[in-house]
Design a protein around this ligand. Structure first.
Ligand code: FES
Length: 266
C-alpha cells in the first residue's frame, strides 16, 4: 500500500491529548480476558469434577473419552501417551477456544489491552511499526472461518446437553424429567453462546452470498439479516457468553465437589 507522509510527530507510549478515561475499557478487557484464560486453563487441566448428575461442564463437552457416563467412546484410550497429561477438555476445548481467540471483536479488544497496538485511538503506542495481519504470526487470525465450522457443531451438542440435563437419576436405575438450577445455568449459557456464535462476522459472509454481492435466495437473505442483527451487539454477546460459560463450569464443578447442592426446582 502506498504511504503518505503527513508530517505528524510520533508521541510516546501512553501519551495523548484525550481528556476522557480512555484507559478504562482496555484495562477492564485485560482483567476480564486474563481472569477467564487463567480459570479456563486451570479447569481444563483438572480432568475431574466436570460432571454432576445429568450436568456436564461446557468446557468438557463433547466428552469424547473419559470416565463419566457422558463419554462417547469410553475411558481414556490405551494409546494415550503415559507421559502426557490427560483431560477430556484438552480434546475439544481448543476448537471453541480458537474460535474466540480469532474472533474479530476480541482481536480489537486484546490488540489494545495486551499489545497496546495502540492502547486506544489517538494514544501513543510502544512501537514504531504497525504489526498487521498480513504476515506471521497475526496472519493466522484469518483461520477464524475454519474454527467457526468446528465451533458451530459444538453449540448443537451443548444444546443437547441441556436436554440431557433435564433427566435426573430415579430409583430403579430409571431417569425422571425435572429442572434444576444447573439446567437453567446450562440453558442460559447455550442461549448466550448462540447469540455470540450466530452473530459471527464470518458466518454473515458464509450465509450472505458471494464475494461482493448478497445472494438472491430469500432463505440466505433472511439468514444474513438474522446474523447481522445479532452481530450488531457482538461485543455484548461475547462478554456475556464468556462469563456464562465460565460460570456454567464453576457451577457443575462446585456441585460435583459437594461445595454446593443443586437446587431442584421440580
Ligand atoms: Fe466474533 Fe466470528 S467475528 S465470533
Amino acid at each position: 500500500m502506498a504511504q503518505v507522509d503527513l508530517g505528524l510527530t510520533r508521541i510516546g507510549f501512553g501519551r495523548t491529548a484525550r481528556i476522557d478515561r480512555w484507559w478504562v475499557g482496555p484495562s477492564l478487557a485485560f482483567a476480564g480476558l486474563s481472569a477467564f484464560v487463567v480459570y479456563a486453563t486451570w479447569a481444563a487441566l483438572q480432568g475431574a469434577h466436570y460432571t454432576s448428575g445429568p450436568y456436564l461442564s461446557p468446557f468438557y463437552s463433547p466428552e469424547l473419552f473419559g470416565d463419566s457416563p457422558h463419554s462417547w467412546f469410553g475411558p481414556k484410550p490405551s494409546w494415550w501417551p503415559a507421559w502426557l497429561l490427560f483431560s477430556p477438555a484438552l480434546l475439544v476445548l481448543w476448537a471453541p477456544g480458537g474460535f474466540r481467540l480469532t474472533c474479530y471483536y476480541y482481536r480489537g479488544a486484546y490488540y489494545k489491552s495486551f499489545w497496546a497496538d495502540p492502547p486506544s485511538c489517538a494514544v501513543g503506542e510502544p512501537r514504531a511499526v504497525y504489526r498487521g495481519e498480513a504476515s506471521l504470526p497475526l496472519i493466522l487470525q484469518n483461520v477464524h472461518r475454519y474454527f467457526m465450522y468446528l465451533a458451530l457443531p459444538i453449540l448443537v451438542i451443548l444444546a443437547y446437553d441441556v436436554w440431557k440435563a433435564m433427566w435426573f437419576p430415579a430409583p430403579g436405575g430409571r431417569t425422571r424429567f425435572g429442572i434444576g438450577l444447573g439446567t437453567l445455568v446450562l440453558a442460559v449459557n447455550v442461549v448466550l453462546l448462540g447469540g455470540y456464535a450466530l452473530g459471527c462476522h464470518s458466518l454473515r459472509h458464509v450465509v450472505g452470498g458471494r464475494l461482493d454481492a448478497l445472494s438472491g435466495s430469500p432463505v440466505r437473505r433472511t439468514a444474513y439479516d438474522c446474523a447481522s442483527c445479532l452481530n450488531r451487539r457482538h461485543m455484548s454477546w461475547a462478554w456475556c457468553s464468556l462469563f456464562s460459560v465460565g460460570l456454567a463450569d464453576l457451577y457443575v464443578r462446585l456441585c460435583s465437589m459437594g461445595v454446593i447442592r443443586d437446587w431442584r426446582i421440580f
